[in-house]
Ligand binder design. Structure first.
Ligand code: TYM
Length: 331
């Protein structure tokens, strides 16, 4: 039986955080043994916001390779590569852009949100910014991927990818499978320190680079139950960041601590101390491995060039089929 093909990607905009790790990367690691995996670092996507700071993108790409591997991805099992190293993504993006109605893009909720929340300059709302999800569709469809492991914030982009695939298939014949989204149940949206979704741009993230003291300080500042002033005051764990993160990092025993929080048997000080310990136990080995890997940039670049070679072979096959189906070009 043919192995399922999986593609996913992350933007090289700095160090990854717990949202990236628990929302997506954990699933990638889990899938790598039974699937054909393509793990992309989407540097062209990062240009939508960092077009005038390309040095940051270049610096972040090695960080991402190191973090992918430190979190457990095996470069022998999956192709870890840079989007801009596989030009087929750009060709398919162009072709798909011709069959994607503008109205579909203007309705994408992430477009509206980013436009409103990120306080972008009018000139930053570019043609490429609106077309961001078309490039994402090309990333996925150029591998004819069956499934895409991501966090919940990507659900609308995946829905659009399926619509674009259906439209292409309808116009030119069955070329693309409709990719399924693989969104984890408990960690679909990992909360940040202020209770909103954890996100680099909100400044509410715990990152894979944070040392033990930084993690302790961040957890200390996290949003809990505002009316729980004393230990004995009843807490509201469903709406407390510390308790919600505990649920992720202590899945088998969190209920006891939630009950103690609710009934005023435990206070936030104890909950924060215990969460700090839990987080450190998980993050310390990743952090150590990350530092080791970052000390050898040549090795990281080698991972990327090997990955690109494998990715290119698959992408080139798809593009042949696409050109044939559309009846354009002779190559
Ligand atoms: P990006 O770089 O913002 O995020 C990378 C992955 O991390 C997940 N994620 C979260 N999951 C749970 N809780 C959170 N707080 C959280 N924050 C981030 C995201 O859902 C994502 O899975 N558009 C994509 C990049 C992309 C892509 C692709 C993804 C480009 N092409 C093709 C999949 C397939 C993005 O900006 O992810």
């Amino acid at each position: 039986m043919k192995r399922k093909r999986i593609l996913s990607g992350m933007q090289p905009t700095g160090t990854l955080h717990l949202g990236n790790l628990e929302g997506a990367l954990r699933n990638w690691v889990r899938l790598q043994d039974q699937c054909e995996m393509y793990c992309c670092i989407v540097d062209w996507h990062a240009l939508t916001t960092l077009y005038n700071r390309t040095d940051q993108i270049a610096e972040s790409r090695r960080i991402l390779v190191a973090e992918y591997v430190a979190a457990g991805l095996d470069p022998q099992k999956c192709a870890i590569f840079l989007q801009s190293d596989v030009k087929e993504h750009a060709e398919l993006h162009l072709l798909l852009s011709m069959i994607t109605p503008l109205g579909w893009l203007e309705r994408v909720p992430t477009y509206k949100e980013k436009k409103e929340n990120l306080n972008l300059e009018p000139e930053a709302i570019s043609y490429g910014f609106l077309g961001y999800p078309v490039l994402q569709a090309a990333d996925i469809l150029v591998y004819r991927a069956n499934a895409v492991p991501v966090g919940k914030d990507q659900a609308a982009h995946l829905e659009l990818t399926r619509e674009i695939a259906r439209r292409f298939n309808h116009l030119y014949g069955e070329v693309f499978p409709e990719p399924q989204s693989l969104i984890p149940e408990e960690t679909a949206v990992v909360p940040g320190l202020d209770g909103r979704k954890m996100s680099k741009s909100y400044g509410n993230a715990i990152t894979l680079a944070d040392d033990a003291d930084t993690i302790a300080a961040k957890v200390q500042s996290a949003f809990t139950t505002p009316t729980k002033i004393r230990k004995t005051d009843p807490g509201d764990p469903e709406n407390c960041v510390v308790c919600r993160l505990r649920r992720i990092y202590d899945p088998n025993h969190f209920q006891i601590s939630w009950e103690e929080c609710r009934t005023g048997v435990r206070g936030c000080v104890q909950s924060k101390r215990e969460l700090t310990e839990l987080l450190n136990a998980v993050l310390e080995p990743i952090r150590k491995r990350r530092t080791e890997l970052l000390s050898d940039p040549t090795e990281l670049d080698k991972i990327l060039s090997n990955g690109a070679e494998r990715a290119r072979a698959t992408a080139a096959e798809t593009m042949k089929v696409v050109r044939e189906a559309m009846g354009i070009s002779t190559a």
